[in-house]
Design a protein around this ligand. Structure first.
Ligand code: SF4
Length: 454
């Protein structure tokens, strides 16, 4: 039985794609291995958002090439955004690479791998390597992907509701690698959620590059509600589903109906991941993010008015081309105002083929790093303080099973997306919602004792 080693870089969308590809391999009789030394097939699902992520994946692929010494028929492949954007160049750069699969070709990866294995075994080495990088066949891809969702027991799952993005932020490669926005029909998504719940899932995260603009080109508003809110309402009806998350929304399209949905859909958790990117209007404009910082802050305030306990996390880029000290201080002020519960801070790095990479006013690395560290310090203070305030409170936790780092203990998440570690019986508690009294906080993780009734 051939073994597949599949490593994922980047965002949740990539995680989700990798899960689907892994599932397709399993259905064809492959096994998934955690050890690259054991593998017959090595696939890296890559990310293009930052140069560092690309370099990491390339470095790893070169390093993994050593296994060929003992396994000459080993198959190597790149999938994901870097595969999509670099295509043929990768084949030239990495001599042992057999396969390059773009973001719309996941459904064909297993076929190609099987063919390569067959050819390698038959020693038909001529013309063996081929890139598959174009992004057509969208419909086929989407249909195939959505039919591969039956999985083994999992408590929390991602559900892809749309592909692509039309926004063209000047720093982002996604619109070029994942194409324009395409939404799945509501009923398809609801059916997938129901199947997941039937297999034991209790929480779904609806995934899209620009999730709250779901279906804006395909489906009409109904009673003033956007297709996204119609979808939230439909998924909310799925029996047995306890929690709904979504990621990532854009301030454009974060209208009254989305905010209002949090007042009457209790399965929507007390958390939203809401990328701000910058607190300076001038920089937002350069980023081609068509909103003002005050609009972003107003949405956060409105969310807190509807759900006082809501946690808001965000993405922020520091050191964008032309960012002055004054611009940076505006970002810092916005962070102070919103008091994010978590913030992922990125030092700007130019992405090939994006407009921002061509901007002349690139900042020195030293300045980017100083702002990165300064903002990180502020965010850590806010997060640490907020988590500390949880000590002594009782939080509702969805148990996800044994902790990743200590199998003796259990791990779960609050609705606000905080990780909680506690003692208990995985067999009995995994997949269940229950109360945990928080006894300790260590920065980003909470510890506690379950409050169990008989
Ligand atoms: S909204 Fe902007 S950052 Fe997000 S995927 Fe689209 S182009 Fe990229």
């Amino acid at each position: 039985m051939p073994r597949v080693y599949l490593r994922t870089y980047g965002c949740q969308m990539n995680e989700r794609d990798s899960e689907q590809v892994a599932q397709m391999f399993v259905e064809r009789g492959f096994t998934i291995t955690e050890e690259s030394e054991d593998a017959d097939v090595i696939l890296l699902n890559t990310c293009s958002v930052r140069d560092q992520a690309e370099q990491k994946a390339l470095g790893n692929m070169r390093h993994l090439g050593k296994h060929r010494r003992h396994r000459p028929n080993l198959v190597y492949g790149f999938m994901g955004c870097m595969a999509q954007s670099r295509g043929q160049d990768l084949i030239k750069d990495v001599p042992h690479l057999d396969l390059v699969a773009g973001t719309q070709k996941y459904h064909r990866v297993v076929d190609h791998v099987e063919e390569i294995i067959r050819k390698k075994e038959a020693a038909q080495m001529d013309d063996l390597r081929f890139p598959i990088v174009d992004i057509d066949e969208e419909e086929e891809s989407q249909n195939t992907i959505s039919s591969h969702v039956d999985k083994n027991f999992q408590i929390s799952e991602f559900v892809s509701i749309m592909q692509g993005c039309n926004m063209k932020c000047s720093f982002c490669i996604v619109p070029y690698t994942r194409g324009g926005e395409r939404a799945r029909p509501i009923q398809d998504i609801v059916d997938e959620c129901q199947r997941l719940v039937d297999s034991g899932v209790r929480e779904v995260t609806l995934l899209g590059q620009i999730v709250n603009l779901y279906g804006r080109h395909e489906f009409p508003k109904v009673d003033g509600k956007s297709p996204f809110v119609q979808l939230l309402e439909a998924v909310h009806e799925v029996d047995g589903l306890e929690r709904i998350r979504f990621t990532s929304p854009h301030p454009i399209g974060y209208k009254e109906d989305v905010i209002h949905a949090f007042s009457y859909l209790p399965k929507l958790v007390d958390h939203v991941h809401f990328p701000m990117q910058s607190g300076s209007d001038r920089i937002l404009k350069k980023m081609r993010r068509p909103y003002k910082a005050q609009r972003f802050i107003d949405i956060c305030d409105q969310m807190k008015a509807v759900r006082p306990n809501i946690a808001i996390s965000t993405d922020i880029i520091v050191g964008f081309p032309g960012e002055t000290e004054e611009d940076y201080l505006m970002t810092k002020a916005a962070v102070e105002h919103v008091q994010f519960d978590q913030a992922f801070i990125f030092r700007y790095s130019p992405r090939k083929d994006t407009p921002a990479a061509e901007m002349e006013d690139q900042l020195p690395e030293r300045v980017k790093e100083e702002r990165n560290q300064d903002l990180l310090k502020l965010v850590n203070e806010i997060v640490g303080r907020k988590n500390e305030e949880h000590v002594g409170t009782i939080q509702q936790v969805l148990c996800e099973g044994p902790s990743r780092y200590n199998k003796e203990r259990l791990s779960g998440r609050t609705g606000t997306n905080r990780i909680v570690i506690f003692d208990g019986d995985a067999e009995r508690m995994a997949g269940k919602l229950f109360d945990v009294k928080i006894t300790e906080s260590t920065g980003y993780t909470l510890y506690g004792d379950p409050v169990l009734s008989d």
